[in-house]
Design a protein around this ligand. Structure first.
Ligand code: SAM
Length: 212
């Protein structure tokens, strides 16, 4: 069982995947904004564009992006999360895959890791970051966001070693072109507890165009 699965089971029980999706659906019904990540992608690249939702969970973000006219693929290592994505969004493509061994045979305009996927990559960090970089199209972007300390992460979630992550980013030939403190684009300050970073793959920086 993966670290994510152990944590999710401990925090939410065996039906954690259904609970995860239902919680966001309830928040949306109650009027909460659950689409910050999708808006962030819209500001990076206008539709139509090909987006990989890496660590898509139950498909919340990919489904929103598809509704906005993006061509999406959602991948996640947890079959239970993908089962719920398939149940709730049967018209969209979902795939069970480990990001550390990702080999989809295609590249994407935007590769997105939202909602604390990065903290779970620490056991194969270099491989995962390299595989993610390999899926960024020329001129494309990789964006991820996660809590950087225990206070901004769910109970028991691993805390990212930012120095190790920076090394993995450099080794994969990625260049950070923007850093924020939230998906709403607030300015990042060290120690603020959350980071959203946008990166280009090697050689792509001269072709970057932000639409937002
Ligand atoms: C907190 S959930 C976020 C789900 C979704 N991105 C969202 O924001 O709603 C973290 C997800 O990362 C996935 N994950 C963790 N490690 C992974 C890996 N190595 N490869 C693929 N998915 C992974 C888990 O299975 C889980 O679905």
């Amino acid at each position: 069982m993966s670290e994510w699965q152990q944590l999710a089971r401990r925090n939410s029980g065996d039906a954690y995947a259904r609970q995860y999706a239902d919680r966001f659906a309830r928040l949306e019904r109650e009027g909460h904004d659950i689409h910050g990540e999708a808006r962030f992608v819209r500001d990076l690249r206008r539709a139509p564009a090909r987006v990989l939702d890496a660590g898509c969970g139950t498909g919340r973000i990919a489904a929103r992006l598809a509704a906005d006219g993006y061509d999406v693929l959602g991948v996640d290592a947890d079959p239970a999360m993908i089962d719920v994505a398939r149940e709730d969004h049967p018209d969209l493509p979902w795939q069970v895959a480990d990001l550390a061994a990702l080999d989809l045979g295609e590249t994407f305009d935007v590769v997105l890791l939202a909602g604390n996927v990065v903290p779970f990559l620490h056991r194969a960090l270099d491989q995962a970051v390299a595989r993610l970089a390999a899926h960024v199209a020329p001129g494309g972007l990789l964006a991820w966001g996660f809590g950087t300390d225990a206070a901004h992460l769910p109970p028991g979630c691993p805390v990212v070693d930012l120095a190790a992550l920076n090394l993995a980013v450099a080794a994969a030939g990625l260049h950070t072109v923007a850093r924020h403190a939230s998906w709403d684009g607030e300015p990042y300050e060290a120690g603020c507890g959350y980071v959203v970073a946008v990166m280009t793959a090697a050689g792509g920086s001269d072709r970057v165009s932000f639409t937002g």
